[in-house]
Design a protein around this ligand. Sequence first.
Ligand code: SF4
Length: 491
Amino acid sequence: MIANAPVHLQHRGLVSLALVRQLLSSTIETESHWIKDLSDREFAAEFTRIAHAKSFMLRWQADPDFRAQVSTDPAQAVARYNLQVDPEEIKPFWAPEFLEPLRASGKLPILAQRCQDFIQASEERICTDRIDTSHNRQYQAWRSRQIERLSGQVSQFIAQGVMHAPLSFELSKGCSVGCWFCSVSAPTLNDIFLYTPENARLWQDILQLLKNVLGTAAASGFCYWATDPLDNPHYEQFLCDFHAILGVFPQTTTAQSLKDIARTKSLLKLALEKGGKLNRFSILSLKMFDRVSAAFTPEELAFVGLVLQNQEAGMVKANAGRMRDRNEHQAAKSNTAVDTSLPTTNACVSGFLFNLVDRNVKLISPCPASELWPHGYRVYAEGTFTTVAELTDFLDRAIETHMPLTLRSSDLLRFRSDLKYEEFEDGFHVSTRFLTLKFRNEAYLKQLGQMILQGDKTVAQITSLFNILGVNEVTTLAALNLMFAKGIFED
Ligand code: SF4
């Protein structure tokens, strides 16, 4: 440690520690917390220890040789990679059998406890709050139905990891990276939406429009999909407009962190300066992991999530897009069937997906990848626009058509085709292998289930038939709308 150096100089490349502390503190509600209470010098030392502990854990996950070294000679393993951390202090993370007993006994080592505090304080937790406080109740209700539907179509583990973001923007056409497992089958990069005066104006007008339409929810969007954001040389300028208009600096995920290291570092700094704590690097090989570890200090990576796509990390890739094609090809070659026992999706948007090069917009939502939806998302509506007025028309129509708050009398009611129906004396169940929904305890529910199962009647026809049977319209509609909110109808 340099005795009289300003504290921020001890953390190569990172913004000042005062800003780091401010960012972390903004999510801590208690008045007293070590992140707020430590002196600058103590905080700098803790931040470094946490950053190195995180780097240790990433190397542990990415590199089987490192795992072997840690189990035989931990001190040498950390020395080899210049990791300034005592593996014993974070043992509950790499030997998880110690985690729960230590947690339960309140004897979690202080560094392990502080790593957890850091993760909690650096999480982007307000995304859902922004959506929940949007003035657009139609979008909220539609998104909530998508969340309910998906929770019955994939495992709880996958469903809980899906953010259902309201917006995503592609600022290029295609992607230069060409990952073999790309779940959205990104085509080769062939055009870029540059920040020309005309494009900048269109972009700013679109953001303003979306702010008007979706309110606070619009800020939870991001600017890549079947694209790598760093293919666009003006990406940062688009993000600055996003921040200026919507108040949030969107997160970045890139597989090109090494393409222009100085640019990547500037982007990380810019994000922190504008309050953006979450960015991610995709790691495509162990060699790339080594190069990223050499190019960025643990402190610089403290707020970066590394998505360990390298084979050695053993991350299961979603059976969607190119990965799905590959699995099918390999199964055909070996005369076997693809294992579809675990339906998956990598999609995370329930909302509007834009391609600014094509001026194309889609209303999409995640679903298990299938023959019909090979990229793991459904498309509810699609259109093109040349002006903001045309885009306004598209958004209005999409919301009007697909996002009613409640059922409309003309809606034809059918159960989703992936649901199994079971009848009982006092109602019915609909289920998938992941979820069972019970509609029971009222005699009329059995008949209601039967009628929906036939799939040939509208809401108005069902309510009037039930009226004849002695169940008033309000009761029938309330039951149907409850089912609607649970996402069990074909839409
Ligand atoms: S996974 Fe991402 S980086 Fe890789 S090809 Fe697809 S869009 Fe590009």
